[in-house]
Design a protein around this ligand. Structure first.
Ligand SMILES: N[C@@H](CCC(=O)N[C@@H](CS)C(=O)NCC(=O)O)C(=O)O
Length: 204
């Protein structure tokens, strides 16, 4: 049995819940509230995740942390519902997209989380929000290009789509619309939302 250690609103936890849902894998859960409690820094959890972050999974006593590593593990361990393309170059392309999400897109997005989720309305800095939105919109150009001729970012639904969905769910919750100049991103987002995994993994 798999145990998922997560926080419902954490984008990285959400990436993993989407993959678990797509693969139809049952799991037990340990839910943290990383913004308001410190259980994820307790020694018992640091033995599972040495950085004290979410998500992590434990399967039959074997612990794995980091959303990207977890999703790759789930793909290799449970390949029946494949979420990586078979071709090595397509896989490399997917991994570069996921790296873009984790290390660029999400970094540009992060000030929006801090401002719009974690700061009370009266204390928000509108200039930070505007510059983060501009950066995220600029980043979306890469997704618009990636989706050309494809239903999802890498052909069929994949780990790459799961990586971006939580960020787009937040944007939607904040009524930040995808610019009209990105019609393929619009269509991709509608397809993602129509999947049962979207509802199953939703965290807001
Ligand atoms: N690279 C990690 C990032 C994990 C991460 O930053 N998790 C955040 C929540 S989204 C967290 O646990 N923050 C709480 C903390 O650092 O104390 C992954 O992909 O799993």
């Amino acid at each position: 049995m798999l145990t998922l250690y997560h926080d419902p609103v954490s984008t990285h936890s959400w990436k993993v819940r989407l993959v678990l849902a797509e693969k139809g894998l049952p799991y037990e859960e340990v839910v943290f509230d990383v913004r308001h409690a410190r259980d994820h820094k307790a020694p018992v959890y640091l033995a599972i995740h040495p950085y004290g972050k979410v998500p992590a999974i434990v399967e039959d006593g074997f612990a794995i942390y980091d959303s990207t590593t977890i999703n790759e593990y789930l793909e290799e361990r449970y390949p029946e519902v494949p979420l990586l393309p078979p071709d090595p170059r397509e896989r490399a392309r997917l991994r570069m997209l996921e790296d873009f999400r984790d290390n660029h897109f999400h970094s540009d997005f992060f000030p929006l989380l801090r401002q719009l989720r974690d700061t009370p309305p009266g204390k928000r800095d509108a200039s930070v929000v505007e510059s983060a939105k501009a950066a995220v919109f600029e980043d979306m150009a890469r997704l618009e290009a990636a989706a050309e001729g494809r239903e999802y970012l890498c052909g069929g639904f994949s780990i790459a789509d799961a990586a971006f969905i939580p960020n787009f769910a937040y944007l939607e919750q904040w009524h930040i619309a995808i610019p009209e100049s990105y019609p393929r991103v619009h269509a991709w987002w509608e397809r993602c939302k129509a999947r049962p995994s979207y509802t199953a993994a939703y965290g807001l």
